[in-house]
Design a binder for this molecule. Structure first.
Ligand code: AMP
Ligand code: GLY
Length: 427
């Protein structure tokens, strides 16, 4: 089959890497892709938001399946448009993508269908007085979230009343999250350990891939600001088979059923951010696509015909038997531009990738571009240096990932030193 993948980050590099290994694949096109993916498919320069041009491209190139990586095009209806033109898409319609696009929608859905999550209240920017009086009677810490998309940064954890008042001021008056903060959700703080679960689904049936753990804070020991993710590992030993079963039956299946019942059938990857609390697993957030950088560690553990799995989901006839799991392990260390998630410089030459002579390492490219034949930095998260082992040995996987990342150099390079450490007391 001919597959067209949309996106240009580390997640899409990992998707391309895995799709490329699929027996059923004839041709892979990537729009727009990045220089790291050149050996995996044909990079096509069409603006992702030009749906008409995309449709024309798909028709001309006999595309059987479009796989959408990031949330933004899904949020503005890329899947609806392409489906209306008869093109099969792995990725939800706009109405189903609301599970990520609007925290207010996703919290209301979970409440209505008794899906375990933190208790919450919702306020609009016109309700500043109500919020402020609510904050005076709240327990702390609590969590304030912008309703809309904010690149993973729209969450403020407030340890006391002053911090909460300050957060509301910043969101409603200073508009730090723009219109994404026109509504806010205020949640109870959940204590526990987190994991990311990907359910590949046709909206009715699903298959969960091995669970991963992300590292959202910029600094070692989970300190500093929230980022898109500084590294990940899989499988996460926190998610035992018993716990996975609870997540499947109490969270994933009821959520898919709920979306179906609301007329918002979800086709694609439902990402559940899970907090394992003393009362059991609860949802921290849902996303409407694969996670980044979790995809970089999960997909190398998937065996079989991944393109066929995605196609079967898009066809609404999920074929779970097209994939299996290797039983291996993987650690991804994100090499970032110093300064990220705040301001950082771009355009530094990246050296050392060719010094990594280890078949167990894949260097997924993210914020990079090619200038005068050289690969240079072009984003906050630059590379995802990823070890992939056949055996489940996260200590060894960590060692290999760090040996490799230490060979990479560019000005201002920054990475965490403790990716996967959280797993070791569980292994
Ligand atoms: P989100 O973007 O909703 O995943 O939130 C980003 C991060 O904030 C999560 O990965 C958690 O570490 C933290 N967080 C979000 N909501 C809560 C909550 N209700 N209780 C505790 N931590 C939370
Ligand atoms: N790694 C978190 C996310 O993709 O949202």
């Amino acid at each position: 089959m001919n597959v067209c993948l949309i996106g240009s980050g580390g997640r899409e590099h990992a998707l391309a890497y895995r799709i490329k290994k699929s027996k059923s694949l004839s041709n892979l096109f990537i729009i727009p892709g990045n220089p790291g993916m050149e050996s995996l498919g044909n990079l096509i320069d069409i603006p992702v938001n030009d749906f008409e041009a995309l449709t024309e491209f798909c028709k001309e190139n006999l595309i059987d399946l479009v796989v959408v990586g990031p949330e933004q095009p899904l949020a503005v209806g890329i899947a609806d448009y392409l489906r209306s033109k008869g093109i099969k898409v792995f990725g939800p319609d706009k109405a189903a993508a609301d599970i990520e696009v609007s925290k207010s929608f996703s919290k209301a859905l979970m409440k209505k269908y008794s899906i375990p999550t933190a208790k919450y209240e919702e306020f609009g920017s016109g309700q500043k007085d109500e919020v402020l009086s609510y904050l005076t009677v709240s327990d702390y810490p609590l969590v304030i979230k912008a309703d809309g998309l904010a690149a993973g940064k729209g969450v403020i954890i407030c340890n006391n009343h002053d911090e909460a008042k300050d957060a509301v001021e910043k969101i409603f008056t200073e508009k730090i999250f723009g219109s994404a903060g026109d509504k806010i959700v205020i949640e109870e703080f959940m204590h526990g350990l987190e994991a990311s679960v990907f359910a590949v689904t046709d909206g009715v049936n699903f298959v969960c891939l091995p669970a991963a753990q992300d590292h959202k804070r910029v600094g070692d020991g989970d300190t500093g600001k929230n980022t898109g993710g500084m590294g990940a590992y899989a499988p996460a030993p926190l998610i035992t088979p018993q716990l996975q079963n609870v997540i499947d039956t109490k969270i994933i299946q009821p959520t898919l059923n709920a979306l179906l019942a609301e007329g918002r059938r979800f086709i694609g990857c439902l990402y559940a951010g899970i907090m394992v609390t003393a009362e059991g697993p609860k949802v921290v957030e849902f996303n409407c696509r694969f996670g980044d950088p979790e995809t970089q560690v999960v997909l190398p553990l998937v065996e079989g015909d991944f393109a066929k799995l995605l196609y079967s989901a898009a066809e609404m006839n999920l074929d779970k038997s097209s994939v299996s799991f290797s039983g291996g392990s993987s650690v991804c260390v994100v090499a970032a531009s110093g300064g990220y998630p705040d301001e950082f410089k771009k355009g530094y030459e990246i050296k050392g990738i060719d010094q990594i002579n280890d078949d167990d390492i894949i260097v997924f490219h993210a914020g990079v571009k090619k200038t005068d034949g050289k690969i240079v930095t072009n984003g906050g998260r630059v590379l995802g240096v990823t070890s992939v082992l056949k055996e489940n040995d996260l200590k060894k996987a960590k060692e290999k990932a760090y040996t490799a990342v230490n060979k990479i150099c560019f000005d201002d390079i920054y990475f965490r030193h403790d990716i996967s450490d959280k797993a070791f007391d569980k292994v």
